[in-house]
Unconditional design. Sequence first.
Length: 458
Amino acid sequence: MKESALTKPARDTFLLSLSTALATAIQALATFGLTKLIPPENFGAWREFVLAAGFTGLLHAGYVDGLQVLWCSPTSASVQPDVRVALTTLLVTHTLWIAIGVAISLMLPNLESFPFFFAAVGLYAFVWNASTALQFRAQCRERFARLSAFSVAYPAIFLVLAGLLVVERSATALHLAIAYCLATAIATIFVLVNPQDLNEPGSESSRRSARLGNLIRVGAPILSLNYTSLGMVNFDKVAAAILFPASPFAIYAFASVLVALINSAIAGGSRVLLPAFARHASRGTLDPAVMTSTRAVVLLWSIAVATYFPAIAVVTRFLPRYTSAVELSRLFFLSSVFLALAQMVHVNACRALHVERTYLRRTWVLLSVGFVAALAVGHWFSMEALAALSLAVSIIWTVTGVQVLTHTGIQAHDRMTVVTVVWCGTCFMTAASVLPPLGGAVLYILASAPLWTFWWRS
């Protein structure tokens, strides 16, 4: 029994890590392929759809997060919400959003990046939110093999569909958006849908627990925190999408996509750290856990930031139309360490300590000021200035999290982590700015090796 208890978490962690790596590779292949094979205006409009699609979780208003809370809570086993009722509720409520999207698309076509932009976003909202509910169901039932398969299946299906569109010379932004919706729907139906869940007889108590208002009250605070964090990561991209036409926006969007490997690691690590911090908080050992996690994030970032050099080598060799994204991407790679600390460590530690409201209020203020500043900077200056602003805001966000945790008695930084960020950040910017990719990679590795040796011996 001991071996089984030990090997299952290890196996699940390995599956999730492997699937995340495969999904990232597939998404990178799709991104590089589309930038090579379709015009920048189509790519820019497509990335505007992806950006808008990332916020469609707001349209369930916390209902899906409430489902996760009850499905994962052992104390509510007798009143588990019914899966069929949950999916029906999502279909009914999201039909309204789809109708609103169609109406906006018909009434205000000049606001759109492509015809029926808002209708496509509304359709994706239902597909993704229903898929998210089923992902939460699989997570709470510890069906991690299904989750791993899904995380690889939907980008793989999209890659195939996008390839077919390119071959047929029909890879417009609208068709890519439809393919994105179809890929998510197909992967959800064939991977996540479990007939056993759909055939479970629902009791009256489970139907009451699945009511919209009940679950929104449970899930709205979680949704608010998650999407405030998402807003902090993407506020500059939203400003860029508002300010710039599709072709210039394609450059900004592509520069941010180059950090996909680090961003996927952030998302995966955040899932692991939340339950871990909750356990440490109940045991009174959260302080060393936060410090250990902070050091791990900083160390892994100092290694992962080196992926900039091969990525840029590919861009300069095969994608000459996007070489202007190189300078922008440096700032995104540098800011990724601050975004990782905030999303992986600070958000989850604040939730474990139940001080998320204080953290959320300060983040809201920073997000509001940052977004207004982004609109002004993007309008009066340049995309480079906008990327620099996003870096400054990410640093302030990290400092805010450190202050909140310090006030609760939790140490969230030490001298060595600060030295590592400053040293590796300076070496990275110098190597990336002065030398070509190969020489820059060699210089960065040689300059950072002494710090890595110190960390290893420690």
